[in-house]
Design a protein around this ligand. Structure first.
Ligand SMILES: [Zn+2]
Length: 127
């Protein structure tokens, strides 16, 4: 029928905004928001409040399920590569520059735009 997605916020229907009030004249109820797309929480929530309602309700289960951080992680030269983007130049000669910078050694290495946009492309070898 429709391609509308429902907000995954567990309390979405309890927020009494006009746009949530749906139904026929004498049978109106506040309902979970439906939209073709959402912005928050990887496109699952209509707003930050609904996202945080979900987080507050499920965060402990999530951490128990996926594993808690039990030891401090360490940033080392091997995993300190960060993608950066410099926009410079005037309106007539725009030059987009993509590069890696190692946030510990400050070494810079060039990147192509495709490599910059490829979220799986990294120089990091550690965690
Ligand atoms: Zn919502």
């Amino acid at each position: 029928m429709s391609n509308l997605k429902l907000c995954q916020g567990p309390e979405c229907h309890t927020y009494t905004t006009k746009d949530r009030l749906k139904g026929s004249k004498d049978n109106k109820t506040y309902q979970t928001r439906r939209r073709s797309s959402f912005y928050y929480g990887n496109h699952n929530f209509c707003d930050q409040r609904c996202l945080y309602d979900w987080v507050n309700k499920y965060i402990e289960q999530g951490l128990d399920h996926f594993g808690r951080t039990t030891e401090a992680k360490h940033l080392t030269e091997e995993n300190a590569w960060d993608k950066r983007y410099d926009w410079r130049g005037g309106s007539d000669d725009r030059t987009d520059i993509y590069y890696f910078v190692n946030t510990i050694t400050n070494e810079r290495r060039p990147l192509t735009e495709a490599q910059f946009r490829d979220s799986s492309y990294t120089l990091n070898t550690g965690e």
